[in-house]
Design a binder for this molecule. Sequence first.
Ligand SMILES: [Zn+2]
Length: 107
Amino acid sequence: MRSLSTATFRKQRSCPSSRVLLGYHGATLARRAERLVAEHLASCDFCGAELQLLSKFPPRGAPAFHHARMPWHLYRLAKDLLALSASDFVRAVETIYDSHDLTLTDA
Ligand SMILES: [Zn+2]
C-alpha cells in the first residue's frame, strides 16, 4: 500500500492570504491580482481547499457575497471588448465615447 504524504498540503509563503482569497471569491480584487490568484489556485491544492472552505463558511464579520446576474447585453459587450487587442480596445472605447458624446464622469 502506498502512503501519501501531507507534508506539502499546507500554506506556503507564496500562498495568498485568507483575506485575499475572500476578495477573490467576492470578485473584489483588482484584475491583475485576480489573475495572479487564479494562476496560484491552478497549482495549489491547499488554497483551492481553503477557498472552498471560506466560500462556504466565511469568517464572522466578512461581507456576504452573492453574485448578481449580468444583463445579457452587458455580458456580450464585455466579452467582445475583452477579446480585442489593446490598441483595438482603446479605439473601440474612443469610438463609443465620441459617438455618444460621453465624458469620464458619465459612468
Ligand atoms: Zn497556495
